[in-house]
Design a protein around this ligand. Structure first.
Ligand code: FES
Ligand SMILES: [Fe+2]
Length: 466
């Protein structure tokens, strides 16, 4: 993006800007009741350095393969991506592979993607199937995983057909997000999600639908990509073009137990890193460049006398989002209509709060390679009450060298993502080149990264304090 700043806009000295109280001050100006969950839940984790080997070493990656992924709740698909019986996605995570499939009864199940004869994968890619027939010798199951037939049955006296149903992994859903867990003893998904469902109750998630889904392979460890969205402090240098409408270093950071964390970045306000920005510039820049506002047609808007850009944009969004969902949003705060309220669910799922245009991120390792990951972005829209759920957006899988700007369905988010992506491979190179062998984190603004590693340590058995 790197839009040249207007002549009279200036960049302030970097050391002093930023006020974590700013978002609460903005909430105090709201004219409707503010939901209690927007109050701060401040993190407090100290400020020790992290070892770069957590990102770069194959041994650490194998520890995650052994102790994290077999135990973690992991997002695999949106329900509307597999609307009909037989529809399925193949989900690969390091060495493991799962078929997540909708049965004739409408139930979504997860099957280990491994034939009970000699182990071939039953499906190699997502799609639709009337049965699960192994392409090697033809052992066959129905779409609910019940054993149907095998060739030369007389030659398998040791196999009891009654015990040949496909082994399953746990599948649970929240708000249209389908998760799996390999661990039969794990807490339920709802227990894992903690406060999250209650914080999203206002956002009509039962009428949410995927309106964009883009995936790209990235040359970095999965945590490097995940953590690129954990703080807004990088805005000034990585995304200078959005500073006229982004309260980057005024963000509030919150933690809710081991698995849930949040960043709230005020929008429709000027970065404290900038001076000389008038409200009309803020207004027109946010509409054109944020990629998240309802009005992006390029027309120039004029602010009514006495109205702030934040209020104007919030009201535009209120009307558009209410129309999309067929809902009355008169009690929505400006914060919920425009701010960047981004939740993370350990280990690798992130979802933006709000009534429309929720951005969703998922990052998984690309097979057994700690240096590459698959990064999925979804956008969620809403559909009116009483209407059928529209079809999910098809997956747009970009080539390794294709930029996010090649995905028109994510609009102005593409250039912003691309700015993030440009750091990621160089994070890996720089960490490998590090003489110090450590990364340092800001105590507050990068607390979600520390939180992520503290929880990871609990899964990996590295939490020596316990
Ligand atoms: S490996 Fe599947 S039928 Fe033989
Ligand atoms: Fe970014």
């Amino acid at each position: 993006m790197n839009k040249p700043l207007a002549q009279d806009i200036f960049v302030r000295p970097p050391e002093t800007a930023g006020d974590p109280q700013r978002f609460q001050q903005l909430l105090a100006e709201e004219t409707v009741e503010v939901p209690a969950f927007l109050k701060p839940a401040p993190p407090n984790f100290g400020n020790e350095d992290l070892d770069v080997a957590r990102y770069t070493s194959h041994a650490f990656h194998r520890l995650e393969a052994e102790k994290l992924w077999p135990k973690a709740w992991q997002f695999v698909a949106r329900e509307e991506e597999i609307p009909r019986s037989g529809d399925h996605v193949v989900y690969d995570i390091v060495d493991r592979s799962v078929i997540v499939m909708r049965g004739d009864d409408g139930v979504i199940r997860g099957f280990y993607n491994s034939c009970l004869h000699r182990g071939r994968t039953l499906r190699n890619q997502s799609g639709s199937a009337g049965q699960l027939k192994c392409p090697f010798h033809g052992f066959t199951w129905d779409i609910q995983g019940r054993f149907k037939s095998k060739p030369c049955s007389w030659d398998f006296p040791q196999l009891d057909d009654a015990k040949l149903d496909l082994p399953q992994v746990r599948v649970e859903s929240w708000a249209g997000f389908v998760f799996i867990n390999f661990d039969p003893d794990a807490p339920t998904l709802l227990e894992h999600l903690g406060v999250l469902p209650s914080h999203f109750e206002r956002y009509l998630m039962d009428r949410s639908v995927s309106i964009a889904h883009v995936q790209r392979r990235i040359a970095c460890n999965w945590k490097v990509a995940q953590e690129a969205f954990f703080e807004a402090m990088h805005t000034k240098v990585t995304h200078p073009g959005i500073m006229t409408f982004t309260g980057d270093v005024d963000s509030q950071y919150d933690v809710f137990g081991d698995h849930i964390a949040r960043a709230i970045t005020p929008m429709g306000v000027v970065s404290p890193n900038l001076g000389g920005v008038d409200d009309t510039t803020t207004l027109n820049d946010i509409l054109a460049l944020s990629g998240r506002m309802s009005e992006t047609d390029g027309s120039r808007h004029a602010l009514p006398e006495g109205m702030s850009a934040r209020k104007y944009v919030g009201e535009l969004n209120r009307q558009a989002y209410a129309a999309a969902a067929g809902a009355d949003l008169s009690d929505a705060t400006l914060a919920e209509l425009e701010d960047a309220i981004l939740y993370s669910v350990f280990p690798n799922f992130q979802v933006w709060a709000g009534y429309f245009g929720n951005i969703v991120y998922r990052v998984i390792p690309d097979g057994d390679d700690q240096d590459h990951c698959l990064f999925d972005v979804y956008l969620l829209g809403r559909y009116p009450a009483g209407s059928a759920c529209p079809p999910a957006a098809p997956l747009n899988r970009l080539g390794d060298d294709q930029p996010f700007t090649a995905a028109p369905e994510i609009g102005a988010l593409g250039p912003v993502f691309e700015e993030d992506m440009r750091n990621l491979p160089y994070m890996m190179k720089g960490m490998r080149a590090s003489q110090r062998g450590q990364v340092s984190l800001a105590s507050y603004q990068e607390s979600r990264i520390r939180h992520h590693h503290l929880t990871l340590d609990k899964y990996l058995g590295l939490d020596t304090a316990a």
